[in-house]
Ligand binder design. Structure first.
Ligand code: NAD
Length: 487
């Protein structure tokens, strides 16, 4: 039972390597029950200059020793893995996901920390000859404000923490008020691993995030969340030209071409949409299925939806947990009821599950078209619309006719044909016969159009926490030669 989960009542904010006093508390609910799980500390907005000042003071030392930074990230990875039991249990309790997936989130986050610890960044010496010396450097920005959502609170924070710290920045991280506990625990865990002031964690309800973005000290805001809030962040950060990376919403299409082997792909496609109860930014959010395989696909995916085990994330054998919060549950329900009123059919599911907590039946909807909300909008929940198409170019046009462009996939037995179709899709990543396979530490992840600005991960994500600097001068190799008298 989730109620028996031991949640650290002593969860404290971490500023300058020690507890930071709260101005009050706010409730954190367990989505599997809807009841209060913990009281999280609320940060007083008037303390922002203090915490950003602490991070700013730590910057000068932290930026100067890259090998110390790399070593610290390795120790941080070890610390996360050692604390996997506690962190994963907290994560399931506040987020809702199955414990197995919470464990995997902690492991994956350690992998990301190690990736950035180990990443070799070659020097970019463009010229060093008789005409002179030219080098491109990437200099840390200073203090970074990081704001994260509730669906993958740990991984999405680490996508920011690892490259920002490796690049030499210091940071203040603020998790979603729906899922503050695991990030608070990580703040406490990393005291002593990272020098005081390098990594600070604060929690609270809005307008805390907005105040962080507006504050004059941070030189960069890295934000993952919804598109409407991302737009507000961009406007506010523009006021003093802070750098921004925005990882925002999506409406990710999967196109299933004629001749696709439904038996082979149904499971992969289902989990590409439903993992974490559909609360994954790059989850499949709509399927375009060719008329020749449409009915078979709907039947196959609906059969899986009817048999997966939906339960409290702590229960044995659970495959899908609850939706994280009540407003999100309401949003999902609204989209489904609107689709059914518009002539859609629930091939599986279609309603809330009659129990405590925020549970919704895994739902497959067919007989819907573009123009219906569940096809046009991001559902971010356990619901998948399947739209029939006749002509592939029409499916591509419909897939691209969206303000979003995060990820996409194309499914076919004919890989070359699928690759041709994939090349026509407007999204930050596109996969063939899988979905989200490019979400890896070494590959850039980011959205086109309203799905974001900039990318995370890989060398590209590291550079996004830097400003570029060109250094020119007289040839250095020659100077070296003259100094040593070598010929
Ligand atoms: P949200 O935009 O409501 O909140 C995200 C974070 O921003 C939270 O920490 C919140 O407290 C904070 N916030 C709220 N108002 C703010 C403001 N005015 N200024 C600054 N910060 C503010 O998003 P959510 O509901 O937590 O997350 C779900 C959304 O996140 C979905 O749209 C999903 O697609 C998106 N998402 C995107 C990615 C990606 O990488 N592209 C990854 C995960 C989630």
């Amino acid at each position: 039972m989730t109620e028996s989960v031991k949640v650290s009542a002593s969860s404290q904010m971490s500023v300058g390597g020690r507890d930071h006093p709260a101005s009050g508390v706010f409730d954190v609910l367990n989505p599997a029950t809807g009841s209060v799980l913990a009281h999280a500390p609320a940060f007083a907005p008037e303390d922002l200059s203090h915490v950003f000042g602490v991070a700013e003071s730590a910057f000068q030392t932290w930026r100067s020793d890259e090998s110390a930074r790399r070593a610290a990230l390795r120790v941080a990875a070890d610390a996360l893995e050692t604390a996997e039991d506690v962190l994963a249990t907290l994560l399931t309790a506040e987020q809702g996901k199955p414990l197995r997936e919470a464990r995997s989130e902690i492991k994956v986050s350690a992998t990301w920390l190690r990736y950035y610890a180990d990443l070799e960044v070659p020097r970019e010496i463009i010229r060093d000859d008789e005409r002179g010396y030219e080098e491109v450097l990437h200099r840390p920005l200073g203090v970074v404000a990081a704001i994260t959502p509730w669906n993958y609170p740990v991984t999405l924070a680490v996508w920011k923490i690892a490259p920002a710290l490796r690049a030499g920045n210091t940071m203040v991280v603020k998790p979603s008020p729906y899922t503050p506990l695991t990030t608070l625990a990580i703040g406490e865990l990393l005291r002593g691993v990272l020098p005081d002031g390098v990594f600070n964690v604060i929690t609270g309800v809005e307008p805390l995030g907005a105040d962080m973005v507006a504050h004059p000290i941070p030189r960069k805001v890295t934000f993952t969340g919804s598109t409407p809030v991302g737009k507000r962040v961009a406007v506010s950060a523009a006021g003093d030209l802070k750098r921004v990376t925005l990882e925002l919403g999506g409406n990710d299409p999967a196109i299933v071409l004629p001749g696709a082997n439904i038996e082979r792909i149904a499971k992969r496609l289902f989990w590409g949409a439903f993992r974490n109860s559909g609360q994954t930014c790059f989850a499949i959010k709509r399927v375009y299925a060719h008329e020749s395989i449409h009915d078979q696909l709907v039947d196959a995916v609906a059969a899986i939806a009817r048999t997966v085990t939906v339960d409290d994330g702590m229960a044995d054998g659970v495959e899908l947990g609850p939706i994280n919060n009540r407003p999100q549950l309401q949003h999902v329900d609204d989209l489904v009821q609107d689709a059914l009123r518009s002539g859609g059919r629930a091939a599986a599911g279609g309603t809330r599950i009659d129990r405590r907590g925020y549970f919704f039946e895994p739902t497959i909807i067919d007989r819907v078209e573009d123009g219906v909300r569940v096809v046009d909008e991001e559902q971010f929940g356990p619901v998948l619309p399947i739209v029939e198409f006749r002509d592939t170019s029409d499916a591509v046009a419909r897939a691209n006719h969206s303000p979003f462009g995060l990820t996409a996939s194309v499914w076919s037995e004919d890989t070359e044909r699928a690759m041709e179709v994939a090349a026509q899709l407007d999204s930050g990543q596109v996969s063939v016969n899988s979905h989200g396979a490019g979400v890896q530490p070494h590959l850039p992840f980011g959205g086109h159009k309203w799905s974001g600005v900039g990318v995370e991960n890989g060398i590209w994500g590291l550079h996004s926490f830097t400003d570029t600097q060109v250094v020119t001068g007289p040839a250095r190799r020659r100077e070296e030669t003259e100094r040593t008298g070598a010929k």
